[in-house]
Each structure stands twice: as C-alpha cells, then as structure tokens.
Write a protein of this length. Structure first.
Length: 201
C-alpha cells in the first residue's frame, strides 16, 4: 500500500510540474512577437551589404587567380597582365577573344571556372549565416533590426543541423519567403523546413 501511495504522489507531482511547464510556455508565447516581412527584408539587405564588401572581395580574388592560371596564355606577353587586372584586360583584348574562339577547350575551362568560384561562395555565405545564427541567434542585419532566429518549439538557439537546413532551404527556394505573409507565426518556407521562427528580441 505504501508503494502505491508513493507512486500516486510521484505521478501527481509530475502532473503538477507538467501543468507548470505548460503555463510557462503559454505565458512565453503570449509575449512573443513574430517579425514581419518588411523587417526581415531589411535585415537580409543589411547582411547582403556586409557580404558584398567582405566575402565577395575574397571570391573576386579567387576568380581572378583561377582566370589568370587558365587563360594567361591567351594574352600577349607584352601586356602587363597580373591577377588584379587579368579579367579587365581580357574583356577588352581582341587577341583574347580570338584565342578563346579558336580553342576547343576554352568554353569547358570557362564553365569549370564558374563552378570552382560558386562552390566557395556558397560555403562562405553559408558559414556567415550559420555562425551568426548559432552564436548570437542573429546575423548583423538581424541584430540591427532587433530580431532573433530561434527554434520554433523551445524558442532557444536552433541546432546547427537545423540552421544548415534553414540556409539550404533559403538558397534553394527564395520564393518561399512570401509564405511569411500567409501564416500567423510569419514562417518562411525555410523556417518550416528548419523548425525555426524569427522573433523580436
């Protein structure tokens, strides 16, 4: 009988704790403000500005180095060609255009160059977003707008796995941002994929 009594008391305490947790969660949800479409657009605009003056510079340098290695022979030895001016000289060089047209492998090299450049761009931009989302729950743009990216259930920092999903979802389906306008929690498609929400800090 004593064991049954203790078991019943334990179950009651657990039930009480669950009720308390539910009350806390309901209270939290009442205080949460989901960020609107225009706020999020402004935040991503700030981030793209930062990316354009940092990561894009790195990618441009990488592109010039690869272009120089692949196509230097298409330009005459007299021209002062280096990794900083090779693309601008090539774009204005009749000799380069002629050599490019005559080389059967030139187009393959050019396509390969684009792929080689896009991959690190994709990875660097992804690292930017995932790092800030995980470390600070917000990118610099989101910080300026007073926003946070959090798990849609716990409202804590989302896992790295889900943040990677969020980035991939955004890159694959940019049009999915319009779904922010059509649900109460202002979740874009990539938020639904990653189980995240964007809230006011």
């Amino acid at each position: 009988m004593l064991q049954k009594y203790l078991l019943l008391e334990t179950v009651k305490k657990l039930a009480d704790n669950q009720n308390i947790i539910s009350i806390i969660h309901r209270s939290m949800k009442k205080q949460i403000v989901y960020c609107k479409f225009i706020q999020r657009v402004l935040a991503i605009s700030f981030d793209l500005l930062i990316i354009s003056v940092t990561i894009s510079k790195i990618i441009n340098l990488l592109y010039n180095i690869m272009f120089y290695l692949m196509f230097r022979n298409f330009l005459s030895a007299e021209e002062n060609v280096n990794i900083w001016n090779v693309t601008s000289i090539a774009s204005m060089s009749k000799e380069f255009i002629q050599q490019f047209s005559n080389d059967p492998h030139a187009m393959t090299k050019f396509i390969t160059l684009q792929i080689i450049t896009v991959i690190p761009l994709f990875l660097l931009v992804g690292s930017y977003f995932v790092f800030f989302w995980r470390k600070f729950k917000a990118t610099p743009g989101a910080m300026i707008m007073g926003m946070q990216v959090v798990d849609s259930d716990s409202f804590e920092a989302a896992s790295v796995k889900n943040l990677i999903k969020r980035y991939l979802g955004f890159m694959i389906s940019i049009v999915g941002v319009w779904s922010i306008l059509f649900n109460a929690r202002k979740m874009a498609l990539h938020d639904k994929i990653a189980h995240t929400v964007v809230i006011k800090k």
